[in-house]
Design a protein around this ligand. Structure first.
Ligand SMILES: Nc1nc2c(ncn2[C@@H]2O[C@H](COP(=O)(O)OP(=O)(O)O)[C@@H](O)[C@H]2O)c(=O)[nH]1
Ligand SMILES: [Mg+2]
Ligand SMILES: [Zn+2]
Length: 349
């Protein structure tokens, strides 16, 4: 998108499009990746008008991109070093939006003792069902594998700034000529260099070109719109163990008779640390909800499995009715204790 125009690709041609007034009045949002209907097509000037936006199968916010087949979470082995919490953050965001994710560990040329690291990454993520690929945009290793994963799909490359997303795309299609930035020696992090969101094409011999969006490293993204109890849904291995916790609303932090904590050796340390970090962020959200004067309920927009946006009501204080009164009272005490831990002691990490 650029100024007031939206660029729409149709049969190998790109049209500069205005948006029909009616859509603007209805406040219809148009995202990168949306399928739209165009009319008043002028083949000479390549101008047209968008008159309809078709239903999307999914979308991610900030940057807004729709109809994504997969999110490729890129991390780097060094410069900046592998940050598991950030990696998990992106994986969870994909899961939150019901979009399949795969992991790409880049800059494998930078580590001599890389074998050990690669084994470690594999051992954490492959049992969780994530595909892991290793690349070096510098020496080209793994790029064929990456291409194979991209083929025939619409993908989003996400991950922290400086890990090499733009460099990888330039390597796959030199015509893209995306700007890349030197990693600053002080912080080891690159500076944001990707400004707008565009679906770019990567040619693959004998196939339709695949489409990829390069996103700015949104390292600011926080779990600031879900409830603490929902974070476990983003961690398959924690969710799986949670069925056998004594309390039905166990958060698996310090509770008694918590099946997750009792089986903590079955969960990778960095995964559990990430879980705690995100629950903590979600607690900040819960605090906001409580103090925002919206009484006890707040509406949160989510996307369900079919990709439809729906409004979900999150109840803040209501507890499950099936519980006996005594157990509920116990729980209320326990929850307030947990919040005390968050707000007063700060000893969670
Ligand atoms: N050694 C090495 N450097 C890389 C690799 N990929 C990218 N870089 C460098 O990392 C820096 C940041 O890359 P960039 O593509 O801008 O990262 P982005 O913010 O994720 O798009 C640049 O200086 C790149 O040259 C790689 O595989 N190996
Ligand atoms: Mg970039
Ligand atoms: Zn538990």
């Amino acid at each position: 998108m650029h100024s007031d125009f939206i660029y729409v690709k149709s049969e190998n041609k790109t049209f500069e499009c205005r948006i029909r007034e009616r859509l603007k009045k209805e406040k219809t949002e148009i995202f990168t990746g949306d399928n739209v209907k165009i009319e008043e097509v002028n083949p000479d000037t390549l101008q047209a008008v968008i008159t309809e936006v078709f239903e999307r199968k999914n979308n991610i916010p900030r940057p807004s991109i729709a109809n994504i087949d997969q999110i490729i979470v890129v991390a780097s082995l060094a410069e900046p070093g592998l940050d598991y919490v950030q990696l998990n953050r992106y994986l969870c965001l994909a899961k939150l939006n019901n979009i399949p994710a795969l992991i790409c560990i880049n800059k494998i040329d930078l580590r001599d003792s890389e074998e050990k690291m690669l084994k470690e990454v594999r051992s954490i993520y492959e049992p969780l069902g994530y595909n892991v690929i290793f690349t070096s945009a510098l020496d080209g290793s793994g790029l064929e594998h990456l291409k194979k994963e991209l083929s025939e799909k619409v993908s989003v490359l996400s991950g922290m700034s400086g890990v090499g997303k733009s460099t990888l795309l330039n390597k796959l299609n030199p015509e893209l000529n995306l700007r890349t930035k030197k990693v600053s020696s002080k912080s080891g992090r690159g500076i944001h260099t990707t400004r707008h969101t565009e679906l770019m094409e990567i040619p693959i011999p004998g196939q339709n070109p695949c489409q990829v969006a390069d996103t700015p490293g949104f390292s600011y993204l926080k779990f600031d719109n879900i409830m603490p109890s929902e974070v476990m849904n983003l961690f398959h291995e924690i969710k799986e163990l949670s069925d056998k916790c004594y309390f039905s609303d166990c958060l698996h932090l310090e509770e008694e008779k918590c099946n997750v904590i009792n089986n903590i050796d079955r969960i990778d340390k960095t995964r559990y640390l990430s879980y705690k970090t995100f629950v903590k962020e979600a607690f900040e959200y819960k605090k906001q909800v409580k103090t925002s004067g919206q009484k006890q309920e707040t509406a949160v927009k989510t996307i369900d499995a079919s990709g439809k946006e729906k409004t979900r009501i999150v109840k803040v204080k209501t507890r499950s009715k099936e519980d006996s009164r005594k157990k509920s009272r116990q729980k209320i005490n326990r929850i307030s204790n947990l919040e005390d831990i968050y707000y007063n002691n700060n000893d969670f990490e």
